[in-house]
Design a protein around this ligand. Sequence first.
Ligand SMILES: Nc1ncnc2c1ncn2[C@@H]1O[C@H](COP(=O)(O)OP(=O)(O)OP(=O)(O)O)[C@@H](O)[C@H]1O
Ligand SMILES: [Mg+2]
Length: 316
Amino acid sequence: MNAIALSTEHISKHFDHFVAVDHVSFSVRRGEIYGLLGPNGAGKTTTIRMLLGLLTPTSGKGAVLGFDIVKQAEAIRQRVGYVSQKFSLYPDLTVAENFNFYGGVYGVSRAALAERRADIFRTIGLSGQDQERVSALAGGSRQRLALACALAHEPELLFLDEPTAGVDPISRRGLWDLLYALAARGASVLVTTHYMDEAENCHRLAFIYRGRLVAEGTPQEMKTQQMVAQVVEIDCEPLDAALTVLRAARWFDEVALYGALIHAIGQNVAEKISPARALLQSKGVAVKSAQVILPSLEDVFIARLRSVDVDDPISE
Ligand SMILES: Nc1ncnc2c1ncn2[C@@H]1O[C@H](COP(=O)(O)OP(=O)(O)OP(=O)(O)O)[C@@H](O)[C@H]1O
Ligand SMILES: [Mg+2]
């Protein structure tokens, strides 16, 4: 069996003169959970839609489960599951009826659906809810049902476009447990997200920004190899004054809020800690601690995006 579930080579999509996806090349292995991480408008959904044959690439090529994304889109759609960003369930139908409907669209027999429904609902945490109307379900349960519907035909590859947007943390955890279980059985998952903590869960991920793939690797590789700068974490208050002072000093490439802490990113940061402390204190900021830390995925992301903007400013 081919060890690669999908691959693209320099795939691009232009909408008139706007380049939504720009020469993106990557591949997802069988049994792998691969994340596309990027801000709004980065090109994540457009990339997925090309892989599903819903949009024709302007240039480049790709294969999904061995099928060409342009010439064999129908074969791809039969074999993959897709939960779109704005997935639609039928609110007036019950949970079971929605599942049966989607399974039927994929040509799964009634008997097979009944069997799979019990199994999938148990795994996904929907047992006992078969007869509930979708309109009465909470967001997390709807998301689970959307995923259950996408699994009804036992796809080898799942495309999930921001599957946990608006879902509470416990349901998010549950969804990830399920994705791991699927991957352990050999299924592959391509998942998009804005959430850094979620990106940490992926086996490998790519940063997508302004249509381009700007970094790729395991979460660990991203933090240890992709980071050319270092990070100082500063616990101080008031935060807004500290941000203003540190940015005005221009000692760091980037000064950003990280929860209730400040992350100052730059070169040779260790030697800047003492002067930064002294400067902050002279401006009335109380500094509790300041130390060099291992960068978070978010630090790496911010640093990579910044380097793209510096190399290629948006002209307007
Ligand atoms: N059919 C279209 N016509 C014109 N522009 C489009 C079309 N589809 C997408 N775009 C533009 O392409 C860019 C990428 O969009 P895309 O939906 O792929 O981003 P995304 O990474 O999925 O963003 P989000 O996180 O908000 O879902 C955006 O600037 C969007 O406005
Ligand atoms: Mg999108």
